[in-house]
Ligand binder design. Structure first.
Ligand code: CP
Ligand code: NVA
Length: 327
């Protein structure tokens, strides 16, 4: 794996390896030797943000520091990607100083261009079309709660947005069935569906796009929603409030899911809009597991790109333990 810029380029095997690595790194963090483990020593990693962030920024900074590296964070007004300087000039300069570029941009094309022109790995920290780091942490959260991914059903209610695209791609790679319920005109992009369907054919997952939330949630193992208006679409807020009015996740909708189903949200959430406070803070909610798992999955991605031998070691650790358990 050269970059983590788009899940289109991440194979099913690599995605599964990242999940196993993140899972093992999570267990390792609570152990005694964790503080001495510094595989990214003497490595600087730059974080570029064109949009605000809490979880992505903090988890990447903590992940890089805990692995012994040095994070450098540049906010929305500092770089002027493609404005003050061309994207390729930024990426080629950065490639001379740092070992990896983590970027949150408006246009998906900007992250792809960074990856095309940099000579160091590029990680997508959210674009208008994908949020792969989020999906990786989310699938770890589902796995922890349910003990498997294959054959489960995930229902996504709301906008066919960046988070939705990455969940569809991940579900297809993991053999998880996914049902998306969105208003007409807010469906996920056809390109992502086409690609994901190819992966789904190999894993046996189904991908269904529909318009009825109640139908999507019926019997689901996990119910996911995200904001109705993503960053960069603020001028559409009022129009979207009307279009998404019937797409709120509340206790009645959750009751349609399978008993024991979990609720997921990438956060930040707009309480009372796409989800009620009752569901967000209720017993089914796994939102803080998701937030925590962003840290472990960020570490897994960093190791895979910057210290692949270490990544392999951790991914095998979990497999060996599982094999011992089976015996
Ligand atoms: N979920 C997520 O990416 O949160 P931030 O926007 O706060 O980084
Ligand atoms: N879809 C949301 C996700 C935030 C983490 C957005 O892009 O704003």
């Amino acid at each position: 794996m050269k970059h983590f810029a788009t899940l289109v380029d991440v194979s099913q095997a690599d995605f599964e390896r990242l999940l196993r690595t993140a899972h093992a790194l999570k267990a390792f963090r609570s152990g005694r030797t964790h503080a001495d483990y510094r595989p990214l020593q003497n490595m600087s990693v730059v974080l570029l943000f064109e949009k605000p962030s809490l979880r992505t920024r903090v988890t990447f900074e903590v992940a890089i520091s805990e692995l012994g590296g040095h994070p450098i964070c540049l906010g929305p007004d500092e770089v002027g990607l493609g404005k003050r300087e061309s994207v390729s000039d930024v990426s080629r300069n950065l490639s001379r100083w740092v070992r990896c570029i983590v970027a949150r941009t408006f246009k998906h094309g900007t992250v792809l261009e960074l990856a095309r022109t940099a000579s160091v790995p590029v990680i997508n920290a959210l674009t208008d079309l994908e949020h792969p780091c989020q999906a990786l942490g989310d699938f770890l959260s589902i796995f922890e709660r349910k003990g498997r991914l294959k054959g489960l059903t995930l229902a996504f209610v709301g906008d066919g947005n960046n988070v939705c695209h990455s969940l569809i791609q991940s579900a297809a790679k993991c053999g998880t069935n996914i049902r998306v319920a969105c208003p007409k005109g807010y469906e996920p992009a056809g390109d992502f569906l086409k690609q994901a369907r190819r992966d789904a054919d190999a894993t046996g997952a189904s991908i269904t796009i529909m318009h009825d939330p109640s139908e999507a949630v019926r019997g689901a193992d996990a119910v996911y929603t995200d904001v109705w208006t993503s960053m960069g679409f603020e001028e559409e807020t009022e129009k979207r409030r009307k279009a998404f009015a019937g797409y709120r996740v509340d206790a009645a909708l959750m009751a349609r899911a399978r008993p024991g189903a979990i609720f997921l949200h990438c956060l930040p959430a707009h309480r009372g809009e796409e989800v009620t406070g009752e569901v967000l803070d209720g017993p089914a909610s796994a939102i803080l597991d998701q937030a925590e798992n962003r840290l472990h999955s960020a570490k897994a991605v960093l190791l895979a790109l910057l210290a692949p031998g270490e990544s392999l070691k951790f991914s095998k650790l979990k497999q060996r333990k599982a094999a011992r358990k089976r015996k």
